[in-house]
Ligand binder design. Structure first.
Ligand SMILES: [Zn+2]
Length: 83
């Protein structure tokens, strides 16, 4: 039973379940990187989708409901520098 297999919102493709090694997921509270996570990927345009249980896990980690396996530092850079 897959959490996906629905039409893409952006094109005529279908969103298929795909287990990815590492996926950074943005949430209004922050960003969490999930490993070996089943996400939805459009078979036509490649758009990524996250099912509700995935977002619940992200939220739980960001609100300290469940501590993450580990924490990494991520570099941040402003692409366009002020002149
Ligand atoms: Zn698509």
């Amino acid at each position: 039973m897959t959490m996906y297999d629905f039409p893409c919102e952006y094109c005529t493709g279908t969103v298929r379940e795909c287990i990815v090694d590492l996926e950074p997921i943005k949430h209004h509270r922050g960003i969490v990187v999930l490993e070996e996570v089943p996400i939805g990927v459009c078979d036509r345009c490649g758009a990524h989708y996250y099912a509700a249980p995935i977002m619940r896990r992200v939220e739980s980690i960001l609100t300290s409901g469940s501590p993450p396996d580990r924490t990494i530092q991520v570099p941040v850079e402003r692409y366009r520098k002020a002149v």
